[in-house]
Design a protein around this ligand. Structure first.
Ligand code: NAD
Length: 329
């Protein structure tokens, strides 16, 4: 970045990670000039005062130009997405996020923005390398030959490539992180877009409140994942943004658990044991996915490190307070 003061725009700021990112950038002294999301402001998960908060549909190029005006940096997190239940059933909607990425990159180029951060996903990785619960952790090179998650993953991989070529052809500095499952307070926990950690917290709390001590798990529970706490995520975003690394980099925890172990953790936090049933026809994603953090450790001397048990307790407590406040029984 040049010597002049950073003026940042966060796209997708009404969502989970974007909302946290605005707050963490401000805490680090970055001048966040604008936060943008398609949702009306009263639906944002977090709204930060002192920032220009705009409700704009970033699929439209004119809106992207408005969003990018006066910025030196753009953090592009806006996407139509959700957990596996959403992305397996809304492939076209997921792919339409390519309009957001295309138009934001064009706007960044046209408005002479210096640096562009793009939030990609572990869903870009080749499915053949994730077909066993004990599949080796995914290295950055495992995205090719390409066979990503249908719909959502293809869009992410294509948009990563667009970042690469906007840098090569137009000189726009691009930094790309491949997020592996992120969780924490102020994330989606119901409505169909929630991911496994929040869904498990909600189900355990519902079972406690209703007295019906049962839980349904998608798949047979042996599928493996790693989950990154939100504070690690926003720290990593900033480190990758400031780095000289031009290639996509994994940003995820390497603490691997089965979904059954995730449920064990949530039951322990909730102080309850539930009767488990398994829906083998529900969407469950790949059989095994973990983040190989060799590259981020080598390049940045850091990797996400907040233990799952610690992050899940904070998440559980937040979801419980939200559910109690909304009158859930
Ligand atoms: P989120 O759904 O909470 O936030 C995304 C935000 O983008 C939403 O608030 C949504 O309203 C907004 N948006 C959607 N379409 C828009 C449009 N046309 N114009 C403007 N805003 C629009 O999701 P999140 O968990 O905060 O994810 C942020 C980014 O990180 C996404 O790009 C996502 O694909 C990526 N990612 C997230 C995870 C995860 O585990 N949460 C994992 C991998 C990648």
């Amino acid at each position: 970045m040049s010597e002049k003061r950073e003026r940042a725009v966060v796209c997708g700021a009404g969502g989970f990670i974007g909302g946290h990112l605005v707050k963490s950038l401000i805490a680090q002294g970055v001048d966040v000039i604008r936060a943008v999301d398609i949702k009306p402001l009263n639906e944002w998960y977090q709204v930060t005062d002192g920032v220009e908060n705009l409700a704009l549909d970033l699929k439209q190029k004119d809106n992207c130009l408005t969003a990018a005006t006066g910025a030196t940096s753009i953090y592009q997190l806006a996407a139509d997405m959700g957990g596996i239940g959403f992305i397996e059933n809304h492939k076209a909607l997921c792919m339409l996020s390519v309009l957001i990425n295309t138009h934001m990159l064009m706007a960044a180029r046209d408005k002479s923005v210096e640096r562009f951060f793009y939030s990609s996903s572990a869903c870009v990785y080749n499915g053949d390398k994730q077909n066993r619960p004990d599949s080796p952790a995914l290295k950055e090179e495992d995205a090719y030959p390409a066979m990503p998650e249908d719909g959502y993953g293809w869009e992410k991989l294509f948009s990563e490539r667009m970042c690469r070529h906007f840098e090569e052809d137009f000189g726009l500095q691009c930094r790309v992180a491949r997020f592996h499952n992120v969780y924490g307070p102020f994330g989606t926990w119901d409505g169909g877009r929630e991911k496994a950690p929040a869904a498990m917290c909600r189900k355990v709390i519902e079972a406690k409140l209703s007295g019906k001590h049962e839980i349904e798990i998608w798949g047979d529970g042996s599928q493996t994942r790693s989950f990154m706490y939100i504070d690690d995520c926003v720290k990593g975003v900033r480190m990758i943004f400031e780095s000289d690394i031009h290639e996509p980099l994994n940003l995820g925890s390497s603490e691997l658990v089965t979904i059954n172990q995730l449920v064990d953790i949530v039951e322990e936090i909730g102080g309850i044991k539930l009767k488990r049933s398994y829906d083998l026809n529900a969407p469950k994603g790949v059989n095994g996915r973990n983040s190989d953090n060799t590259l981020i450790l080598e390049k940045l001397g850091w990797e996400p490190s907040i233990r799952l048990r610690v992050g899940m307790e904070k998440t559980y407590n937040w979801i419980e307070s939200e559910m109690l406040a909304s009158g859930a029984r």
